[in-house]
Write a protein that binds this ligand. Structure first.
Ligand SMILES: [Zn+2]
Length: 248
């Protein structure tokens, strides 16, 4: 599950192209294996008292299972009570890091049906990168031993829309949002020609993929971990229309 920056963007686009068939039905959802009846995230092993590192493959499976529960409205009932809060006082051991948009419709703990202490979340409009975002991810990788980083974009993202419709790559008026657009827009270079995709799904996936690649480029800590196989990075797209998260 090593991240391969050079092939990642192409793979994301190819996956997106495969996701929709001529009938308009998401092909990936039709062919996806049914989730196991008994889900590992329903056991104690994901609770706050867990102390061992969780392999990235396991973490990814838990997120996929959690998203399936979210889509099916079959939510877990554990992990949110007073006893769980008490357990969490000893420290945290999140199994995944999720960098997602701040959009109020895309809370990772909800769309992945994860409980207290289970995922380490950084949210910023358009998943824009700055030194604080990178430092937060480095903290979880180095100090908490988290093995999986997910960069998750979403359809109908207003930050991505602003970047798509901007007239220039550079910040023009010096406002905070303008700087955000200036961060996002260069990642969309390959998809800015022609009409925007439906619900901006291609642009949002390409942006998230670019963020994942930049994380590796801009952080020595993350790059070393990815190159040694100690950490995996996955790009994901949340679809507001269905509640489904697709990983690329
Ligand atoms: Zn957004």
């Amino acid at each position: 599950m090593r991240h391969s920056p050079s092939r990642h963007a192409v793979h994301a686009l190819a996956s997106l192209a495969l996701t929709f068939s001529a009938s308009g039905a998401p092909a990936q959802e039709r062919t996806e294996a049914k989730p196991p009846v008994r889900d590992a995230t329903k056991t104690n092993e994901t609770r706050a008292e867990r102390s061992e590192d969780v392999p990235a493959e396991t973490s990814l499976r838990w997120l996929k299972n959690g998203n399936t529960r979210f889509v099916k409205k079959n939510f877990r009932k554990d992990g949110r009570g007073a006893a769980d809060r008490d357990r969490s006082l000893a420290g945290e051991k999140p199994h995944a890091i999720v960098l997602s948009c701040s959009d109020s419709r895309v809370p990772p703990e909800v769309v992945f049906d994860q409980a207290l202490g289970e995922i380490f979340v950084i949210r910023v409009a358009g998943e824009a990168l700055d030194s604080s975002v990178i430092a937060s991810i480095e903290y979880a990788v180095e100090r908490l031993g988290t093995k999986l980083i997910v960069v998750m974009g979403h359809t109908r993202c207003d930050a991505v829309k602003a970047a798509v419709t901007a007239k220039t790559d550079a910040a023009t008026d010096g406002s905070g949002f303008d700087k955000l657009v200036a961060d996002i827009r260069p990642r969309l270079k390959t998809v800015l020609k022609g009409e925007p995709s439906r619900f901006l799904e291609v642009e949002s996936a390409v942006n998230a993929d670019g963020v994942a690649r930049e994380l590796v480029q801009r952080s020595d800590v993350i790059r070393r971990k990815v190159e040694s196989g100690g950490v995996s990075i996955k790009t994901a797209l949340y679809r507001l229309e269905t509640g489904k998260v697709s990983f690329y």
